[in-house]
Write a protein of this length. Sequence first.
Length: 202
Amino acid sequence: MKKYKIFKCILLLLFIAIKSHAQLPTFNFTLTATNETCQGNGKLDFQVTGTNPSATMIFTVYRLPDVTTPFRTLSANSLTGLGAGNYRVIAKQVLGTQENTQQRDATILDQRILLEFNMSQSDASACSNNGIITVTVTSGNPTGYEIFSGPITRPIQTSNVFTNLVAGSYVVRVHDACGAVSRSHTLIIPEYISNGITILTT
């Protein structure tokens, strides 16, 4: 009888231990947003603590106001390539048939500075290559300038001034800090025409 009671106690303790081990703890979930500074470079980072070591984490991302159709479902701890907007993430801890969740919302702000520029010129003289194109950036963070089409082309340079150009039609491209390419502009440098007046000296 005594051995039977001991056996029952052992079984009870074992059952409690198994149940305790299998039970899912309430976990902590932190959601961090990185704002969009270039096209589609926003990011969401997921951090969880206090989970069961044997459990699997699943993150379901919604782009608000749509909370019906998931935008993404993943097990990784971050999601990149996002545009500005409001997001909701549901973190689910799964172990066998057990699961529990935590929910957080975050906003990715649009902090892009669009690249805009205009151009001015100094005309080329007849039969000469002294034309000049000056690029003036009115918005954005330029990193380089190039002439990729025209009688003379120039590779990417840090200066916003192109010199020693002959008359013709040029297409100038400006690169910004995101590696993007701005709208291209075509500018004509007309050939300088003399006024035909000749001054004679004796």
